[in-house]
Design a binder for this molecule. Structure first.
Ligand SMILES: Nc1ncnc2c1ncn2[C@@H]1O[C@H](COP(=O)(O)OP(=O)(O)OP(=O)(O)O)[C@@H](O)[C@H]1O
Ligand SMILES: [Mg+2]
Length: 346
């Protein structure tokens, strides 16, 4: 994934070029001259206050909303004018209120698009089971249920499975975890990230919640109140270098502490650890946030970091942890995940 791509353009999955939308009868643009590039395999999160144009932007990508101006490119192709139905087969869409058909079973909801695409019954049944398993729902248990017989979080997963049914390279997700309690939401976010590790889709994800944006996004576009993008950057750099007062207030207090949660111990250059048996140990899957929390709780300033498999343990000292965060805040590369996409943010 870190191989350089010969033509930068080929790597760009979605490009919005000076896209605007003015709804009929309105005196102002809902979205104004917006530019946005999304790389292949990247999760881009659109975040901003209510009414700032996030859903409108998302729906212009699959042309559920027709742009008033500007151009849309998908995988290098100008799709501004192409047949919208054909376009939508290449784009999965999870809408703001899940939108499962209440009179259809879970299985039929998920199999809807393959059926429209003319796949045969056996093929569809296999695909439905595969997708339900993928989103963590046992097919035998859930296939024949109706949406009202599921919890909110389970309905969200069915919505995600349905959007994945045609195996589109691009997924648009509008507040898919919006109506879910914080604990379940956190679990769904973790599942979403591990699912994305396996499927590697290009995803545009809308949320109100800056915490969710920081956790999920490879890059975040923060919409300002005037329906333009106030900052488009990695979570690290938005936390460390907010572009203006609006972004600063939107990100809120505690930015430095929150950025600790983006750094995983496995990605830090750390020295070997002697006398492991004398020290508290932490897994290298933990974040710098977890590590500093563990140090404070135990009243120590050093931890042994257990490596994966046979890898020898390494040593994390408090001062090194502080320096690692500083480096990340000034650096350009996202260090949050080992599999992070390569390439420079603008
Ligand atoms: N069909 C429509 N006709 C007229 N105005 C609309 C229409 N849909 C949306 N708008 C307006 O366009 C602006 C952007 O709406 P949009 O739904 O894109 O916001 P949003 O950022 O998704 O908000 P939320 O966070 O509340 O979902 C709003 O001012 C809204 O009132
Ligand atoms: Mg919306």
């Amino acid at each position: 994934m870190s191989e350089p791509v010969p033509h930068g353009r080929d790597q760009m999955m979605i490009r919005l070029e000076r896209i605007s939308k003015r709804y009929p009868g309105q005196s102002a643009d809902a979205v104004a001259e917006l530019n946005l590039d999304v790389k292949q395999g990247e999760i881009v999160v659109l975040v901003g206050p209510s009414g700032c144009g996030k859903t409108t932007t998302l729906r212009m990508i699959n042309r559920l909303v027709q742009p008033s101006q500007g151009r849309i490119y998908l995988d290098g192709e100008d799709v501004t004018q192409i047949d919208a139905t054909r376009l939508r087969r290449r784009i999965g869409y999870v809408i703001q209120q899940v939108g499962l058909f209440p009179h259809m079973t879970v299985g039929r909801n998920v199999g809807l698009i393959p059926k429209i695409l003319g796949q045969d019954g056996q093929q569809i049944a296999e695909r439905v089971d595969e997708l339900l398993a993928l989103v963590g729902l046992n097919p035998d248990q859930y296939r024949e249920r109706y949406p009202r017989e599921l919890s909110g979080g389970q309905q969200q997963r069915v919505g995600v499975a349905r959007a994945l049914a045609a195996d589109p390279p691009v997924m648009l997700m509008d507040e898919p975890f919006g109506a879910i309690d914080p604990i379940t939401r956190e679990r769904l976010q973790d599942e979403f990230l591990s699912l994305q590790q396996r499927i590697g889709k290009t995803i545009v994800f809308v949320t109100h919640d800056i915490q969710e944006a920081i956790k999920l996004g490879d890059r975040i576009a923060i919409f300002g109140p005037d329906s333009t993008i106030a900052q488009y950057d990695t979570p690290e750099r938005i936390l460390a270098h907010p572009a203006d007062d609006f972004v600063r207030s939107f990100v809120g207090a505690g930015a430095a502490v929150r950025s600790l949660g983006l750094l995983h111990l496995r990605d830090l250059p750390l020295p070997a650890c002697e006398r492991v048996e004398d020290r508290r140990t932490i897994s290298e899957d933990a974040t710098l946030y977890d590590a500093l929390d563990a140090m404070l709780q135990a009243g120590v300033d050093e931890l042994a970091v257990a490596g994966a498999g046979d890898a020898p343990p390494r040593l994390l000292r408090w001062a090194d942890a502080i320096r690692a965060r500083e480096r990340a805040a000034t650096g350009s590369e996202r260090a949050a995940t080992g599999s992070a996409r390569s390439g420079e943010a603008p």
